[in-house]
Design a protein around this ligand. Structure first.
Ligand code: ATP
Length: 270
């Protein structure tokens, strides 16, 4: 284990002895790698970190861009300190999967900084800008499912190359923070949160989400054209939207939403 990640390995050994930590120099995507392993029957609980990620994924086929956002050459030179990308793979058997990405977001925000906000269903926000994203995928096992919880966080400043809007980065809140330090804050509490979710579902995280809900009271447009005002989330993690025809609970992972923060409706925020 590389020396810089030793404290993370020690924290895991102390709190989660069954979970191994692996740090790779470069991967296409930590989620993709754990998905390949799950399909090959390798399902032992693993926290997999990529110092560089070359084909990070978001929801619905979107990209997660690591590095500085500078030219390829500069990004390769600085990319490692510019972002943290990791995935946690483990067998999980919750009664319902609904709200897991929100529970993960609550845990990460609580571990990193009180100023962080959560944009339903899977974004970490700082001051109306996107700091990080969460991508949860599952693979069917002979019994139950393997959960793969992927996280990408901007650490150092990056420009908006390739992005619809300017991003945020963690050093704005924690100057000098590096990837191992950020992971050390998050890793053990995140495992605890996922195990709590497995036993008790989203309900115990509902108030923590409400405290950090970036969309509360915001006028929104869904990708299917539905307009409304966000009213928080319910005990299953569904977004509550007050629309012209009443309160709707939005659960579909196929839905993207756009806060209307500017004069024109539907301005993309991520
Ligand atoms: P939406 O906001 O449309 O509902 P989303 O927030 O769920 O989508 P994800 O699929 O989680 O989006 O993440 C992919 C999106 O995140 C990309 O389309 C891009 O806009 C944005 N993005 C990608 N890389 C970064 C980055 N390093 N920093 C900030 N934003 C990024």
């Amino acid at each position: 284990m590389a020396a810089d990640y030793q404290p993370v390995a020690q924290a895991l050994a102390q709190h989660w002895p069954g979970v191994s930590l692996e740090v790779c120099d470069s991967l296409d995507s930590t989620n993709s790698e754990l998905m390949r392993r799950a399909r090959a029957g390798q399902v032992q609980p693993t926290l997999l970190v990529a110092r560089q990620q070359t084909a990070g994924r978001g929801r619905l086929g979107r990209q997660w861009l690591s590095g500085t956002g500078l030219t390829d050459a500069d990004a390769n030179a600085d990319g490692e300190c510019a972002s943290l990308t990791f995935s946690l793979g483990l067998p999980l058997a919750p009664a319902s999967w609904s709200g897991l990405s929100l529970a993960v977001g609550v845990s990460i925000a609580a571990s990193l900084h009180p100023d962080l906000r959560l944009k339903w269903p899977n974004d970490l926000w700082l001051h109306q800008r996107k700091l990080g994203g969460i991508l949860i995928e599952t693979a069917a096992l002979d019994e139950g499912r393997q959960a793969i919880v992927g996280v990408g966080i901007n650490l150092g400043s990056r420009d908006d190359t390739g992005l619809a809007r300017a991003p945020a980065w963690l050093e704005e809140l924690l100057p000098g923070v590096d990837a191992p330090q950020a992971l050390l804050r998050m890793a053990a509490p995140l495992l605890q949160a996922i195990r709590d979710f497995e036993l008790r579902g989203f309900a115990p995280f509902q108030s923590g989400f409400a405290q950090r809900d970036a969309l509360m009271g915001a006028p929104l447009t869904l990708s299917d054209g539905t307009c409304g005002v966000a009213q928080g989330v319910n005990a299953e993690g569904a977004l509550l939207l007050r629309t012209a025809v009443g309160l709707q609970a939005i659960t579909s992972s196929e839905v993207s939403l756009r806060p209307i923060l500017e004069p024109q409706a539907g301005i993309p925020l991520s």
